[in-house]
Structure formats: C-alpha cells, structure tokens
Design a protein around this ligand. Structure first.
Ligand SMILES: *Cc1c(COP(=O)(O)O)cnc(C)c1O
Length: 331
C-alpha cells in the first residue's frame, strides 16, 4: 500500500456554513476546492481537523472507532478557534455516508480506512486578524491505510526537549494546523542532529507529548501519564488504553512528572507513544543533552505489546467491544 495519507477514495463529504446556518452536506467526487485568496484560513490559520479509523470486519461491515468522541473533540477544537461549530449529527452523518459509500474499498485489518474531517475559515477578509471567520467549509476525506507495523514493531528513539514547546497553553488541546507548524522546525532539527524519530516536548521540564502522539510510561501494574490539561492534545487512543488497562488491573496514575523523574524511571518503566495512526508504539531510547538513555533494555516490552493488542483486538472485531466504542456502518 502507498505511504500513509497519500491515497484517497474518489469521493469526499462537504458542507458549508454560510454565516447563519450549516447547509446540507453532500457526498461529491473528490476534487480541488475553490477558495478566495483572502480566505481567513490562509492568513490567520483558522483550521482544525480530526483523525480516526474505520475497520472492515469479517461481517463485511465498516466499524468506526469512537466516532461520537472524535466529533465532540472537533467541536471543541472549532469552538476554541471561534470557528462555526458543526452540529453533531451533521458531521457524524457526513462520516457515515462517506464510509458507507467506500466500505468495499476498506482493506482487511490491520489495514483500515483513515478518516480526516477538516474545518476551515473561509471569510475573505485580510483585515480579520483579530476577528473570527463567520463562514466556513467542513469536509471529510477518506484514505485507505495499511498496517503501520508492516515491517515489525520497532522501538522508537526520541529526543527529550526540555526548553521549547510544541504549542501554547490556549491551543495545546486543539487539533489545529499551527501546532504542527510549530513542532516541525524542532522535529526536523532533532532528526538531523540526533537521528531520532520524534521530539518529546517537555517545556520547563514538564513531560507533555510529541508532535502528534501522547506519551505513557507503563510497568507490569501501573500506567503513568500526564493528566488532562490545556497544554496537550487529549488523544482518544490514550483514553482507550487507560480504560483497557484499568479493566486489566493496571493502576492508572495520571500525574505531572518532570524530565528528571522520567530519566530516573527509564530503567523500570516501558515507554510508549499513543495515537490513531500507530495505536501504541514502544519507545526504546531517550536522547537527552546529547546522551542516549535506554528505556529498560531499549527493545520495548511486554506491557506495551499487551495493551496494543488488547486495543487492536477490539478494533478488528476479535474481542467484545465492552465500552461501546465502535459504530457500525451499513454499506
Ligand atoms: C491527534 C493527536 C494525538 C493522538 O490523538 P488520538 O486521538 O489518539 O489519535 C496526540 N497528540 C497530538 C498533538 C495529536 O495531534
């Protein structure tokens, strides 16, 4: 399969907010969209998105993971950017109709259909730096994606960055383009200088997250991760792993911790990144102030594997969906 995010189904879902109300959504052939060069999004970054997956089970139907929760997170993102907030049913139905149309193209698990709702401010006004976009465009892309771990599970190497931030206090939990732009420079520099896969942003020593994934420490009986606040993105994978871990008897320890504590614990805890693309990926090495610090033996570990498999079994229809996370779409 082609590289993640580069292949698209030939239709997308689209709806407009005209300043007063959301217009009826349509499923249309995928085509370029036409925007005024003064559109708010191009100048003032009024944009947010979501990312989640639909899996095609042996029953031939598509099953969307945590659809309602992703819609709710998009609504929160939209509100924080003062963009028109899509109604729950509008966006959920756009996703359902698009998935229904393309169910036959969803490859079998562990492959899936990645869904990318996107909301942009379209108001043509270059004088609107300090005022919101009162018009908007909402669309949903569908992209068949392969198995993230096709080449085997590889433990990642990440740079521990204790000065710079990924985002800001007011937009850290908003899934908005500017945050990725902010993380890009430090991440590319870290890749070039240290050969790492990602940067773990820990401004003033506060361990937060990487450019697009949450960070967890996992032992045989405990998970340690930062409690929800506005500084980082509230991952649905993080929430799901914590719920499943609790079911399995792990103690959930949501607490702030510092780089000093992280380095101190690296010999005892497994570390992992969580996110929709890869579910749970082990971290094998931390790079801090030019030194490589192995996480345990540097190879990942059994608890990360166990929790990843527990989540995937539910997503793939191999274990009961005890928390009602999947929405069935009839093709
Ligand atoms: C999307 C994202 C995550 C992971 O969220 P999931 O809902 O688990 O996919 C984590 N951090 C950032 C910055 C993100 O953009």
């Amino acid at each position: 399969m082609s590289q993640f995010g580069t292949e698209f189904c030939d239709h997308f879902a689209i709806a407009r907010f005209d300043g007063k109300a959301w217009q009826a959504a349509e499923i249309k052939p995928l085509e370029p969209i036409c925007l005024h060069p003064a559109a708010h999004v191009f100048h003032y970054a009024s944009t947010c998105f979501e990312g989640f997956k639909a899996y095609r089970w042996d029953d031939g139907k598509a099953h969307v993971f945590r659809l309602r929760d992703h819609v709710a997170r998009m609504q929160k993102s939209a509100a924080s950017l003062r963009l028109p907030v899509p109604e729950t049913d509008l966006l959920a139905e756009m996703v359902r109709h698009l998935v229904a149309r393309h169910t036959g193209e969803i490859p079998a698990p562990p492959s899936s259909l990645y869904l990318r709702p996107t909301l942009i401010g379209t108001l043509p006004n270059i004088g609107a730096a300090a005022s919101p976009s009162t018009t908007a465009l909402l669309y949903v892309l569908a992209s068949p994606v392969g198995d993230y771990f096709a080449g085997g599970v590889r433990a990642l190497k990440i740079l521990v960055e204790d000065q710079r931030s990924r985002s800001t206090e007011q937009l850290g939990s908003t899934k908005t383009g500017g945050n990725y732009a902010a993380a890009l420079g430090p991440t590319l520099a870290a890749k070039a200088e240290h050969g790492v896969d990602q940067v773990l942003f820990c401004p003033n020593g506060d361990v937060q997250e990487t450019g697009a994934a949450n960070f967890l420490l996992i032992s045989d009986d405990e998970i340690v991760t930062k409690p929800l606040d506005t500084s980082f993105l509230h991952g649905m994978t993080r929430a799901s792993i914590l719920t499943l871990a609790k079911d399995l008897g792990y103690r959930i320890n949501e607490r702030n911790f510092t780089v000093t504590e992280l380095l101190d614990w690296a010999g005892r805890y497994e570390a992992a990144l969580s996110g929709t693309a890869a579910t749970l990926t082990p971290v094998g090495t931390l790079v801090y102030r030019g030194k490589d610090i192995p996480v345990r033996d540097g190879q990942g570990g059994p608890n990360v594997d166990r929790l990843r498999k527990a989540l995937q079994a539910i997503q793939y229809g191999q274990a009961p969906d005890t928390h009602g996370w999947l929405s069935t779409v009839d093709g």
